[in-house]
Design a protein around this ligand. Structure first.
Ligand SMILES: [Zn+2]
Length: 243
């Protein structure tokens, strides 16, 4: 699809793209923090330049807030999946998970870095992580529980934002599907932690004594896990439309 680049002072290179899907001018800062203007086929490029110039302050502010990385082709997802972007002849963005591949299909003229594709890819990756977690975690929990003599009632896998796992008074365990993004030693730490809660509900000295007994490097792992967050990437993106 036809495109041109121009420079805006303090912003840098801006790409203007003509797109037959567009009925209006659209200004976007993609996941890589790059500004893009897409315009209808019938508009001159100058109209796109003019619009971007009129939104210079917004562009600078938005680019500063933008995350600097993207879900990219060939990226590993969890322990057993890889993400691929593929061009196809369909008209909408679709995704499919099979045989360890998370496949995102891109219609003609749609960029893998665009916010809509990145969001679709993120959702597909989240499904893959959940599938992996449901397949791998219950057997891991079961073997650790047997080895260390813990009892639990049930296991569920959920996508949680603020924590890696939980254990209720009824000994129902919940694990975060994003655990699959962590190294196994830290996954085991979380499993141990929740199982230890089946004996000691609160984080008292008896709880930590139990943890240190079954996992002598508990303190180190407690520090290491703080470097991780339950995310694939920040979900923030921005765009402005001119109606
Ligand atoms: Zn805890």
């Amino acid at each position: 699809m036809a495109q041109k680049q121009f420079e805006i002072d303090g912003v840098g290179a801006v790409t203007i793209r003509k797109n037959r899907r567009n009925r209006h001018i659209k200004l976007t800062v993609d996941h890589a923090g790059k500004p893009k203007v897409s315009i209808p086929l019938w508009l001159p490029y100058a109209a796109g330049v003019q619009f971007a110039l009129s939104k210079r302050d917004w562009l600078i502010e938005t680019m500063q807030k933008s995350p600097s990385y993207l879900l990219s082709d060939g990226m590993a997802v969890g322990k057993a999946h890889k993400l691929y972007f593929l061009d196809y002849t369909g008209r909408t963005i679709t995704s499919r998970i099979s045989g360890g591949i998370v496949k995102v299909n891109l219609p003609d003229g749609i960029d893998a870095q665009s916010a809509e594709v990145q969001i679709a890819a993120e959702k597909a990756c989240q499904r893959a992580l959940k599938k992996e977690a449901e397949h791998l975690l219950p057997q891991r929990v079961d073997s650790v529980a047997r080895e260390q003599g813990y009892d639990y009632k049930s296991i569920k896998i959920k996508r949680l934002k603020g924590r890696w796992g939980s254990c209720s008074r009824q000994k129902e365990l919940i694990f975060n599907s994003y655990l699959m993004q962590l190294p196994w030693e830290l996954i085991d730490y979380v499993i141990m932690h929740e199982l230890a809660h089946t004996k000691f509900m609160s984080h008292g000295s008896d709880f930590w004594a139990e943890m240190n007994r079954v996992m002598p490097d508990t303190n180190l792992k407690k520090k290491l896990i703080k470097k991780y967050q339950p995310i694939l990437m920040p979900t923030r993106y921005s765009s402005l439309n001119l109606e």
